[in-house]
Design a protein around this ligand. Sequence first.
Ligand SMILES: [Zn+2]
Length: 361
Amino acid sequence: MLIVDSHLDLSLNALQGNRDLLSSAYTTRSLERSTPGPGRGQGTVAFPEMRAGRIALSFATVLARSTGRPEPHIDYAAPAQAYGIAKGQLAYYHALEHQGHIRVIRDAAHLDAHVAEWTAWDFRHGDEETGSTPPLGIVVAMESADPVLEPGMLREWWDGGLRLLGPAHFGPGRYAGGTGCEAGLTELGVALLAEMRRVGIILDLTHCSDRAFWEALDRYDGPVHASHTNCRVLNPHQRQFSDQQIRTIVDRDGVIGTVPSCWQLKPGWRNGDSNASVSLADLVVHIDHICQLAGTSQHVGIGSDLDGGVGREAFAHDLDTIADLQKIAALLADRGYSEGDVSAIMHGNWIRFLRRAWRAA
Ligand SMILES: [Zn+2]
């Protein structure tokens, strides 16, 4: 079963975390045995595991904030620094593409060819373990628009491969209010949305404050999605989306990528708590909720956010590496989902979403 994962911070891990994604996650764990820091020695994402898990396509971020609240390796003192870091992260993807490890997917024809090659490969190999797959596909996404010096520069990012953009991250940002704040769009944010629409960049609503969420929807009539968000009704925290927000994304024919991280699945779970009580079955509860709200399985997928600042200690306990996302298919089938529904959730919905957005452009 092919998987599309709608949120991975690949370049942040490689460059700011100094992880060689070409080596197995287990090798990196052993190298990091005595490295201090959250998630160190507990990594789950590397290309061998992505191939084993048949992650044919992922939305891979560039991520560098500049909110005025500097933090090492993530939030830079000035926008030009964030620009430089994010451009470096984009250059990393270009280097991997040049070496033949990945493909940066840029349009519908490219997407169709990539999916066809992986589908044929998957059909030939079934469940067999093999290291040789087609190149991993990525769609370049930006998490927090802070690296865009000014909206008029979006075209330059598009030319570099950027196709998806979430203006917000944590707290007030240059373009929009993010998780944990009440701020809406800034003046720059309003101009950014207009330019995104003009250039053809798809809006990711993840991390938007409630106010920024509704303001962005009012001002942007292009395709929208949430790359990595769960359901607020099951886990009452602003980071997750309310039923009304989910319904609105569904009405706009968007897709929501659900996240198997403990704190996003279980109310009250905090970093440092044991993950023993959290399993991928809890993720299926969130997936099912979105399907019930939508009345169909066409609007939900997986946006794992694995290695997004934490490691396997902060994800469902039955997930050791990204390859274990495959287990979700069987859990969905156990819950009564048909084969067609399962493949829609595992990969089909995201492929349809991208194809439709790019064909319309
Ligand atoms: Zn995030």
